[in-house]
Design a protein around this ligand. Structure first.
Ligand SMILES: [Zn+2]
Length: 103
């Protein structure tokens, strides 16, 4: 049985829906061949996960690269991400939830 990393939210325990979304995101990553191996910076395996939203604005006129930022998108201006951080050195990586079909 696989073991998912624990959320590292400072707000406390995430809501059940957030936990489910994290589980779904991790399952999507696994289905797409992404592995959570040792940290590429410190080689320790101590991953933590959280869901984050980052304000963003595309500077492109044609939104072919970032359709989630298009002016016609009601979620324009926010990128929803799965954040995966190393508990040892703090190295952090992000996966776009929209591209994983979870936004
Ligand atoms: Zn690390």
């Amino acid at each position: 049985m696989s073991h998912f990393p624990k959320p590292f939210s400072r707000i406390g325990n995430p809501y059940l829906s957030s936990e489910l979304k994290i589980s779904e995101a991790m399952a999507q990553l696994k289905a797409r061949g992404v592995k959570l191996d040792k940290c590429p910076r410190c080689t320790v395996q101590a991953w933590n996960v959280d869901l984050v939203e980052i304000p963003a604005r595309s500077t492109l006129e044609l939104m072919t690269v970032a359709p989630w930022l298009a002016p016609t998108n009601p979620d324009q201006g926010v990128i929803s991400l799965l954040a995966i951080a190393c508990g040892n050195c703090g190295y952090t990586m992000f996966h776009n939830l929209q591209l994983l079909g979870l936004k």
